[in-house]
Design a protein around this ligand. Sequence first.
Ligand SMILES: Cc1cc2nc3c(=O)[nH]c(=O)nc-3n(C[C@H](O)[C@H](O)[C@H](O)COP(=O)(O)OP(=O)(O)OC[C@H]3O[C@@H](n4cnc5c(N)ncnc54)[C@H](O)[C@@H]3O)c2cc1C
Length: 401
Amino acid sequence: MTDNETFDALIIGGGTVGAAAALALARTGREVALIDRKPPEEHPEDAPLDPRVVAVSPGSKRLLEALGAWRHVRPARIAAYADMQVVAGRGKVHFRATEHGLAALGRISELPELDQALWREMKKRRRISIHAPADVQNIDVEDDEITVTLADGQTLAGRMLLGADGAKSRVRAAAGIEATMHHYNQRAIVAHLATEQSNPGTAWQRFTDLGPLALLPLPEGRSSLVWSVHDDEADRLMEMGEEAFLEILTEHCVEPPFGAFTATGERHALPLIRRQSKPLAAGRIALLGDAARSVHPLAGQGLNLGLADVAALVEALDGWQSKQDPSDRLARYSRRRWSDSVLVAGGIHAINETRTLGELGKHALGAGFTAMRFARPAREIFVRRACGLDEVRKAVGILAG
Ligand SMILES: Cc1cc2nc3c(=O)[nH]c(=O)nc-3n(C[C@H](O)[C@H](O)[C@H](O)COP(=O)(O)OP(=O)(O)OC[C@H]3O[C@@H](n4cnc5c(N)ncnc54)[C@H](O)[C@@H]3O)c2cc1C
């Protein structure tokens, strides 16, 4: 610690983003206290595949490697995709990793697998003081430090406070930061599916009449379904039996890419809300991950944006001396990540909203995809952005020392 009492940073929230932030700061020599209501549950080797899966971009993977966490992610529990196909109406675009000099366009991983990997690495770092399970009772913002009081009476003081405490962030409220909200009136139906042919490592997406539907590769050739549909449709799809569900799924896929659907695991329905905090920092407090913004899952970017926040924070704090007020650095972080969030989240939002235009929206989207198919520079820009390698490059250099 900088002195006997004050941490460089207190982090509330030890989900994927908070744990990555703690590791990043510790690796750059900072003393950190991480607080979470509960540590992640063990994720044993023989655990059934968890429904909470995410597409990890090449940039996020590179950051997790630099943090020493990726080596704990078991290869048998991830599925890479070198192919991505997007279909809307009669329009179609196909992205291939090889065309862009990449081994994969992304990797599908279970969130509990990522969290276990990060916590395993975190527990090895003596610069990180972990407080979990712990309830935050009070957050006091003073001129020269922030004090967090836990329910057991313990107080922790930090030069800055980072809120990685998810979409309903308490840190955001403590900082007096406003968040705009948009209820999509949609829910994401998620389930693991078995198909006639194995998924060969393709991320496939179709904009169906009910909403965007993605099939993402899972280990053992299965696919993860993420189908964002209106609340009323979600109720109907959740209530129907397996056979009826697979039938309606087949109908909306039009041409299911891996042959007939043969089985589905348990279905879950998750409400979709877009949130955007503005700004992302106030004084000594900054927000990261879903506390900063939450986006529609159709582009699989929520966690990747959160990990890009971590990379931007590493850059913003490069050269910062513990005794200095970090407010200017955090303001710089906020400006950079706010404009990026708005650009990405806005783009995702606009694509999702084409559904409100019915057939016209679908054809416009399809025409856009077809145009992209014949425009290599546009595909390059899209892949570069989705892969997120540029966002983490500088931070990875700083972390490497
Ligand atoms: C259906 C669906 C599909 C998705 N697919 C993708 C994808 O393919 N790719 C992608 O990048 N993203 C995807 N996402 C988004 C991604 O899951 C989230 O953006 C990401 O998991 C958020 O991580 P986080 O660490 O910011 O927040 P969280 O995971 O919500 O973690 C917050 C942590 O804070 C703790 N906490 C909260 N409040 C307190 C408190 N008061 N005191 C102490 N601790 C507290 C919680 O216990 C938790 O551990 C998807 C989301 C959905 C819904």
